[in-house]
Design a protein around this ligand. Structure first.
Ligand code: SF4
Ligand code: SF4
Length: 439
C-alpha cells in the first residue's frame, strides 16, 4: 500500500523502541521551577508577581506583552523566590520567575472551564488560546492564536495537525495520541471554529498504528480526516507535511496560510482541548527522556520549569558520563551542556547519547558525491552552503539560497565525509543576520 509523503528526504533508524510502548508517567512535584519569561517566539511575558509572593498552581504570573506574546502561569504552588536572569536553552541568560514548591498542589481558584464550545465565538476562542498560554509544542513555540488571524484576502481552509513525530527517539506525541486522543480532537474542533475552517486533518506516520486507530475512533462523525503517512524524515516538517496531506506546495519564503492551511502540533491541540475541558492553562507537557545514556527511559508529564537535572534523576540518571544531551530530537534539537536548564513549552524530548555514540573522527573534504543534494526536500544545494560557509563567503551562500534551508539536517545525516553541513548552515545564517542588523 502506498502512503502519502513528500519528495526526497531520508530513511532514518527510528530508535523509538525504548519508549514507544511506555505509558505516560507523571513526574512528581519538583522542589523548584524556573520559568523563563521568554519561552515563545515574540515579546517576552511581563511579570505580575514579585519576589516573596505566594502563588497557586495555574495562577497567571506574567502577562502577554502585545499580540505576539503569551502569558505565563505558575506550574506549581509555592513562593516566588527570585525573578532574575537564569540559563536558557538559547545559551543566554534570560529573565525567569523562580518558584519554590510548598509541597502541596493548591490550584488557583480562578481556574474554571470556559463555556461549552457551541457557546463560544471564533474571537472568544482565539482569546482563550492566548489566555491559556498556548505556543507551538512541536518545538517552534510560536504563539498559537496568531496563526488564526489570516492576512487580508486569505482564508483558512484546513487545520492540519502534525502527529508525524518523524524525529528519531521521540515518542511523547505517539503516547499522547494513544492516551489523550479525545483532548486532541476537542482541541482540533475548537481550532476549526476559531479559524472558521472547513476541515481538520491529522497526519500520523504509519509506524504508529495504535495512534491512528485512537484518533480515528475519537474523530468518528466529525469533519476530521486522519491521514496515514509514510515513515520518512522530515515528514513532520511543516511544508513537507502540507504537501503530503493536501498536495499543496507552499512557495519558498511564504507561510502555510498562502495555501489555505494552518499547522499545529497534536500536543498543542491536546493542551487546548484540556484547557477547554478543565480551565487548566499550559503548565505541563509530555517529554520523552531517552537514549542509550539514560538508565530508565520514559515518557513523562513534566511541569514547565522543572530542571533537566530533576527529570534525569527521576529516570535513574546517566548510564555513564554522557557524550551529549539534546533537547528535542537529534536531527534538529540543540545539544546542551548544563543540567540547570528548565523544561519549556517547546521541549519535546531529552535525548542522552553516550560518548561512544558521539565520538566520531574528524570530517573530511567534500567529495562531490551529491548525496546531500539528492535528499534535500527543499531542492537546496547544501554542498555549496558548506563549502562557502566554511570560508565565510557569505555573499555566495546567500546567492545560493541559504534561507530556503529549513534546517532539517538530512544533508548532514547522509554526507559520507561527515561534514557538519547543518552547523555550517546555521552559523552562516546567524552571521548574515548579524551583519544585516549592524548594517
Ligand atoms: S540544506 Fe537545509 S533543508 Fe536541505 S537537507 Fe540540508 S538542512 Fe535540510
Ligand atoms: S554529501 Fe557531503 S561529500 Fe557529498 S556532495 Fe554533499 S557535502 Fe559533499
Amino acid at each position: 500500500m502506498r502512503f502519502r509523503t513528500f519528495k526526497k528526504g531520508v530513511y532514518l533508524p527510528g530508535n523509538k523502541e525504548r519508549t514507544a510502548s511506555l505509558p505516560v508517567e507523571v513526574l512528581p512535584l519538583p522542589r523548584q521551577v524556573v520559568l523563563p519569561l521568554r519561552q515563545h517566539i515574540g515579546a517576552p511575558a511581563e511579570p505580575v508577581v514579585a519576589v516573596g509572593d505566594e502563588v497557586l498552581t495555574g495562577q497567571k504570573i506574567a502577562e502577554a506583552k502585545g499580540k505576539v506574546s503569551l502569558p505565563l502561569h505558575a506550574s506549581i504552588s509555592g513562593k516566588v523566590v527570585a525573578i532574575e536572569p537564569r540559563p536558557h536553552v538559547s545559551g543566554e541568560l534570560v529573565p525567569a520567575i523562580v518558584i519554590e514548591s510548598d509541597g502541596t498542589e493548591r490550584m488557583a481558584p480562578e481556574l474554571h472551564a470556559p463555556p461549552r464550545l457551541e457557546e463560544l465565538s471564533a474571537e472568544q476562542l482565539k482569546e482563550l488560546m492566548q489566555e491559556a498560554g498556548l505556543a507551538g509544542m512541536g518545538g517552534a513555540a510560536f504563539p498559537t492564536h496568531v496563526k488564526y488571524d489570516p492576512p487580508p484576502g486569505k482564508k483558512i481552509e484546513y487545520i492540519l495537525l502534525n502527529g508525524a513525530e518523524c524525529e528519531p527517539y521521540l515518542t511523547c506525541d505517539h503516547r499522547l495520541m494513544v492516551e489523550r486522543a479525545d483532548d486532541i480532537i476537542l482541541g482540533l474542533m475548537a481550532m476549526l471554529k476559531a479559524g472558521q475552517a472547513t476541515k481538520g486533518l491529522i497526519g500520523v506516520e504509519v509506524n504508529k498504528p495504535d495512534a491512528l486507530a485512537a484518533l480515528e475512533k475519537a474523530a468518528t462523525g466529525l469533519p476530521i480526516e486522519v491521514l496515514p503517512l509514510k515513515v520518512k524524515y522530515p515528514q513532520g516538517e511543516e511544508k513537507m507535511l502540507i504537501y503530503a496531506a493536501t498536495g499543496r506546495v507552499v512557495p519558498a519564503g511564504a507561510l502555510p496560510i498562502e495555501v489555505g492551511v494552518v499547522v499545529n502540533n497534536v500536543a498543542t491541540a491536546a493542551a487546548f482541548g484540556e484547557y477547554l475541558r478543565t480551565g487548566k492553562p499550559l503548565i505541563s507537557r509530555l517529554v520523552t527522556v531517552t537514549g542509550a545514556g539514560i538508565k530508565s527511559p520514559k515518557n513523562l508529564e513534566v511541569r514547565l520549569g522543572t530542571l533537566l537535572e530533576d527529570v534525569l534523576n527521576y529516570c535513574g540518571g546517566f548510564t555513564d558520563a554522557p557524550g551529549r544531551i539534546i533537547l528535542g530530537g537529534p536531527m534538529t534539537g540543540p545539544a546542551q551542556y548544563r543540567l540547570d536548564l528548565p523544561v519549556m513549552k517547546g521541549t519535546s524530548g531529552i535525548v542522552v547519547q553516550t560518548r561512544a555514540e558521539v565520538e566520531k573522527p574528524d570530517y573530511g573534504p567534500c567529495i562531490r558525491c551529491g548525496k546531500c543534494v539528492d535528499v534535500c526536500p527543499y531542492n537546496a544545494l547544501p554542498n555549496y552552503f558548506g563549502l562557502y560557509a566554511e570560508h565565510d563567503r557569505l555573499a555566495e551562500v546567500e546567492k545560493y539560497g541559504i534561507f530556503d534551508c529549513r534546517e532539517c539536517g538530512s544533508c548532514t545525516y547522509v554526507c559520507p565525509s561527515r561534514r557538519p553541513l547543518l552547523q555550517l548552515i546555521k552559523d552562516a545564517k546567524r552571521k548574515i543576520m548579524a551583519s544585516r542588523k549592524t548594517g
